[in-house]
Design a protein around this ligand. Structure first.
Ligand code: HEC
Length: 170
């Protein structure tokens, strides 16, 4: 290596060393500033405070005798009632459409098909009262199982009777 090269490398190393030292100083200063400033800011930040409050709140609210506990009141949800109750069909025909048709339109599970006179003839011959009784209380015959009220226990007896009349007349 020539003398000139050695000189260049010395200068270059010194410059490099100064730059590295400078970078380290800037980094240390930035960290120091960050620590002091950030902490102070975060502690007054409204959203941060809200989140701290939300996380440190007592998990259960307790009603205290003699105090205003209205905040604990459980409000009935407006949707709860009507959603659970399925509307009843309006008449026998609607009941047939909504409930009985599933089986009786196609003869599912051995159900006598609505409109099939040969299938209904002997059943009608038992008398309307028997048909009503079997439709309301359920019936297991040779053909299969007729579930009570077609599987809709919320139907009124009257609706089931009307549905029988409607089905037999088809
Ligand atoms: C899950 C299927 C199914 C549904 C739904 C259903 N049925 Fe039936 N039903 C049957 C079957 C199967 C039979 C035949 C039972 C047998 O004779 O073995 C039957 C038979 C009957 C009979 C004749 C009973 C007898 O004494 O011969 C009547 C009446 C009847 N159903 C009325 C109704 C009415 C009214 C509805 C609607 C409210 C209804 N069914 C809904 C399956 C069903």
């Amino acid at each position: 290596m020539s003398k000139q090269d050695t000189h260049f490398f010395n200068i270059f190393s010194i410059v490099l060393g100064i730059l590295v030292a400078f970078a380290i100083c800037v980094f240390a200063y930035a960290r120091h500033v960050g620590k002091v400033e950030q902490l102070a800011r975060v502690q007054v930040e409204e959203k941060y405070l809200d989140s701290v409050r939300a996380h440190t709140q007592a998990p259960v609210k307790v009603a205290v005798a003699g105090q205003d506990n209205t905040g604990l009141e459980i409000k009935p949800s407006a949707a709860a009632g009507p959603v659970l109750a399925v509307a009843l069909p309006a008449d026998g025909a609607a009941t047939y459409e909504a409930v009985c048709k599933t089986c009786h339109a196609v003869g599912l599970a051995g159900a006598p098909k609505a409109g099939d006179k040969a299938a209904w003839g002997p059943r009608v011959a038992q008398g309307k009262e028997t048909l009503y009784k079997h439709a309301i209380a359920g019936f297991s015959g040779k053909a299969g199982v007729m579930p009570a009220k077609g599987g809709r226990p919320d139907l009124t007896d009257e609706l089931v009777k009307q549905a029988v009349d409607h089905m037999v007349a088809l």
